[in-house]
Design a protein around this ligand. Structure first.
Ligand SMILES: Cc1cc2nc3c(=O)[nH]c(=O)nc-3n(C[C@H](O)[C@H](O)[C@H](O)COP(=O)(O)OP(=O)(O)OC[C@H]3O[C@@H](n4cnc5c(N)ncnc54)[C@H](O)[C@@H]3O)c2cc1C
Length: 472
């Protein structure tokens, strides 16, 4: 298994989309075979060219697209459309399939789980133990290690897709989605990224599963455009094979930043890391113990134990530039603050002086010189930004205000974040990783099932009032 993992990793090359894409296409073909039988309920129809009045309710996007590709626009009606074939979209589709509710997943990439296949580094393993990361109705195999490597997680997701006969349409970028106020249904304008064809999908329920991590975030740094070295977001970092002997700066000390810094140091790069504020750091095993204890003890007690374990293992790290926050790790997480960092070896390298710590970046001076907040400066060949991700929901979802805020994240807090108005739902937006995704998927599927059952076979709303009473 270890060798296969290395083999697969070696085939992934940073910046060579063709090579990575061809791997995905192999994947796609096998899924198409699996999915044929699940799509019999689709009701494609030839385009209907509406009159002026109907056109008015449509967005500019659809009108523009209709003008360009009128002859080839298909309208496809599906009870539930799910946008995104990451773990959240797959989990929701599986839960709906278990309840025999027809649904279709639209994915902009040419494979499912594209984040894990294309935009994560080779040495990544699930940060949390496998008991906290499985998707609904399918635990990880017992012979998988506690911390599942990226490639095994992908294998698990591939079997998940086959086992639950998940219907995915690849290369389908959802460009716009809005409620048609005449019918009360969702209309999605979807572009095929391979052929440029545009179709309209119509659905009663829309599940947004396009991910909290949809787009890498690189902060504005004065002078970055004139930096004469190379810079990238960490989603483009696969490994440090080409970085031996180079001066590399990793910006950010979350899970990705710390692990990439450790990886770079293993590959022989002269590695530095920016740590701009207090941070909790624990081993994977400590987090595993903490999460298990949370089932039995209050957060405050578990937090105290966690901080004690961290101090015993690492001691006072402030002289090396790593200061711990005053609040405990789980309390901070509950408040929506920073997630504790899982240390895979970076802290030890910092202690040995093999990885240098710098405070926040202040600007890029001429050439390759980077200036820091404390007035120090240093030269780097490469800067890797491990500075987080953005949700891109607002780029395409037009009727969102009930559910999403201006950052493309749910307005209601956990556990009420997954449901909006007009049959709109979101899965994977609670900042609770795969465990949160499993929670969302099951609630969404049950809610859609209750709504459709309450309507009765003829689609009337006779039982809806009593359903609402039951829910209250
Ligand atoms: C490096 C890294 C490590 C992580 N490790 C863990 C871990 O160990 N444990 C854990 O619990 N969580 C972890 N997470 C957090 C989380 O579980 C993952 O990010 C997970 O992949 C989220 O799944 P998702 O389906 O919500 O989003 P994604 O995996 O991002 O999937 C969203 C999908 O939607 C597609 N999409 C987006 N926009 C459109 C559009 N307009 N039209 C069509 N398709 C679209 C994307 O192409 C993508 O395939 C990690 C995250 C990262 C970044």
């Amino acid at each position: 298994m270890g060798n296969e993992w290395r083999g697969e990793s070696n085939n992934r090359e940073r910046g060579t989309e063709v090579k990575r894409g061809s791997k995905c296409r192999r994947q796609v073909r096998s899924n198409v075979v699996n999915n044929n039988e699940g799509e019999q309920w689709l009701t494609p129809s030839e385009p209907s060219y509406e009159g002026e009045a109907e056109q008015k309710v449509k967005s500019h996007t659809e009108r523009n697209i209709n003008r360009k590709a009128k002859a080839s626009v298909m309208e496809i009606e599906v009870p539930v459309v799910i946008v995104g074939a990451g773990p959240a979209g797959l989990a929701t589709s599986a839960c709906l399939n278990k309840l025999s509710i027809p649904n279709l997943v639209l994915e902009r990439d040419d494979c499912h789980a594209s984040l894990w296949r294309k935009r994560t580094y080779d040495r990544l393993k699930l940060h949390l133990g496998k008991d906290f990361c499985s998707l609904p109705h399918m635990p990880f195999p017992s012979d998988f290690p506690t911390f599942v490597p990226r490639i095994d997680f992908l294998r698990y997701l591939d079997s998940y897709v086959s086992r639950f006969k998940i219907s995915i349409r690849y290369n389908k970028n959802v460009e716009s989605a809005y409620v048609d106020h005449n019918t009360g249904k969702w209309r999605l304008i979807v572009k095929d990224t391979a052929s440029d064809a545009v179709d309209v999908y119509v659905s009663e329920f829309l599940v947004v599963a396009s991910g909290e991590n949809s787009e890498g975030y690189v902060p504005k740094v004065e002078g970055l455009q004139r930096f004469e070295g190379e810079y990238m977001h960490c989603s483009n970092y696969l490994n440090g094979r080409d970085m031996y002997g180079k001066n590399v700066l990793v910006v950010g000390c979350g899970n990705s930043g710390m692990e990439i810094a450790y990886d770079l140091s293993n590959w022989g790069a002269n590695t530095s890391i920016v740590v701009r504020g207090p941070v909790h750091f624990f081993t994977k095993e400590m987090v595993f113990v903490g999460m298990t204890l949370l089932k039995y003890l209050k957060i405050e007690r578990v937090d105290k134990l966690m901080m004690l374990m961290s101090k015993l293992k690492y001691g006072d790290m402030s002289k090396y530039g790593l200061v711990r926050p005053k609040d405990g790790p789980f309390a901070l997480k509950r408040k929506g603050g920073t997630t504790p960092t899982i240390d895979v070896g970076c802290v030890g390298r910092i202690k040995k002086g093999e990885i240098k710590v710098f405070p926040a970046l202040s600007s890029i001076k001429e050439g390759k010189t980077v200036e820091f907040d404390d007035g120090r400066d240093a030269e780097f060949d490469i800067i890797i930004f491990a500075t987080g991700y953005n949700s891109t929901v607002l780029k395409w979802l037009k009727d969102y205000r009930e559910l999403f805020n201006s950052n493309g994240m749910p307005k209601p807090g956990f556990p009420n974040h997954w449901k909006g108005e007009n049959g709109l739902y979101c899965a994977g937006f609670s900042r609770r990783g795969l465990d949160g995704i499993a929670f969302d998927a099951q609630r969404i599927a049950n809610d859609i099932s209750m709504t459709t059952t309450a309507r009765g076979p003829d689609g009337d709303d006779a039982n809806l009032a009593s359903l609402k009473l039951i829910q209250k």
